[in-house]
Ligand binder design. Structure first.
Ligand SMILES: NC(=O)c1ccc[n+]([C@@H]2O[C@H](COP(=O)([O-])OP(=O)(O)OC[C@H]3O[C@@H](n4cnc5c(N)ncnc54)[C@H](O)[C@@H]3O)[C@@H](O)[C@H]2O)c1
Length: 269
């Protein structure tokens, strides 16, 4: 259902890879709500992802940018302002990658140069995006910046490995930069902590199916879907949430508040 919540707004969406990506769902919902957007992803993802098709469908230009490169980010922001005809109102950071997870390295045997790459791509890139946007004065007053995160930042989920530390860092950047962006430009910065979701990044985690089912049972509302996450992002980009900033917002069907659910033990009813 479209309500024109983002009419006249301009946005940049990072991380749409294919039709399962959370960022793709967010991009679709933003356009449905009246926004004009540009899409971006790492140059290598442009080669084998479906992003060009997604861009055509949404009438959105695709601009390659490695989110760890300041030069790429400067080019992305400058081009986006030109294409969209003005400063940006919202940004979604939907980026995560760990070579240690991909190579199934045990947490007690991680390669630390890979770990640094994980932090750079999955967390420090968020600081780089915000710093570049601020330096170029690319964001309108009362703009909204979001990153997607996971509850492993607060609790231990062994198979999530070093992505847990990435997400803790990401959430901390949201709070710290949120202070500076809020004070200078009234721009809000938040993270949304999403349920396990079937995507390329999500399903790369060991035992994902079992874990997905467990979280679904544990949550009174069940796992939050990617479509529901897109709805939540739209509200966070809209003018209805102008005073929400520096928050980690759980979008998880209640999972984060649960201790034990009889359903998990097969004791319900
Ligand atoms: N899927 C889940 O279960 C889940 C749960 C909570 C949070 N998240 C978070 O949601 C976000 C999106 O992930 P997703 O599940 O939609 O998977 P996805 O694989 O579709 O998206 C991850 C994206 O990161 C991009 N990326 C990787 N390296 C990059 C780089 N150097 N520069 C720019 N982009 C780069 C990939 O190309 C890809 O588009 C991630 O931050 C992820 O951690 C996912």
């Amino acid at each position: 259902m479209a309500n024109n919540l983002l009419k006249g707004k301009r946005g940049i969406i990072f991380g749409a890879l294919d039709d399962k990506s959370i960022a793709t769902k967010v991009a679709e919902r933003c356009v449905e709500e009246g926004a004009q957007i540009t899409l971006t992803n790492a140059p290598v993802a442009l080669r084998f992802g479906e992003i060009q098709k997604i861009g055509e469908k949404l009438n959105a230009q695709v601009i390659p940018a490695d989110a760890t490169s300041i030069e790429d980010l400067e080019n992305l922001m400058t081009q986006s302002m030109e294409i969209l005809g003005g400063k940006i109102d919202f940004i979604l950071h939907s980026i995560g990658m760990s070579i240690n997870v991909r190579k199934k390295k045990d947490y007690t045997d991680l390669k630390h140069d890979w770990m640094q790459k994980t932090f750079d791509i999955s967390a420090i890139s968020f600081h780089k995006v915000m710093q570049t946007a601020m330096k170029l004065d690319a964001v309108n007053d009362w703009g909204s910046i979001l990153a997607l995160t996971y509850i492993a930042a607060q609790r231990t989920f062994p198979d999530y490995s070093e992505m847990a530390e990435s997400k803790a860092l990401l959430e901390s950047f949201a709070r710290s930069f949120g202070y500076h962006f809020g004070t200078k430009k009234k721009v809000r910065v938040n993270t949304i902590s999403q349920s396990p979701t079937w995507t390329t990044a999500g399903s790369g985690v060991k035992g994902f199916q079992e874990f997905f089912d467990y979280a679904d049972k544990m949550s009174p509302l069940g796992n939050a879907s990617a479509d529901a996450c897109a709805d939540y992002c739209v509200t966070m980009f809209s003018d209805l949430t102008r005073s929400v900033t520096m928050q980690n917002l759980f979008h998880d069907g209640g999972f984060s508040s649960m201790g034990m659910n009889p359903a998990v033990l097969g004791m319900e009813g």
